[in-house]
Ligand binder design. Sequence first.
Ligand SMILES: [Mg+2]
Length: 144
Amino acid sequence: MTTPYIMLVDDEVPFVETMSKRLVKRGLKVIAADSGNDALVKLDQDSKVDVIILDVKMPGMDGIETLQEIKKRHPIKEVIMLTGHATVETAIEGMKLGAFDYLMKPCDLDILMSKVQEAFKKKHEHESKIDKARIDKLVLTRGY
Ligand SMILES: [Mg+2]
């Protein structure tokens, strides 16, 4: 497995900047987005993102709407919801809609790192299964 490529989505720009720096220091590759729409545009442009850390509460497209759109367009990417105490219920809703897990703000970096690694591993295993199924199908079709 390679290095996890993370997208951080949050409307609080100083938070995103600080977090990005800290995650890069920990060896992750990080791209930032400051809205749900920005995230979708950037995901369409750059298909290599593995895990998206997504703020629940954002103006415009909120976290749930963004999650649903991400899962529709990029079903294999894993999403971790980022929430404050007031919006835990929304994060749980997100997990029912396919989010991998949630993180409570302010984020403990060790917890964040371990959740990112878990999500990355899950995505990697999922992709490997799909690759294997493709090979199986190829073998079956060619009758080897
Ligand atoms: Mg917010």
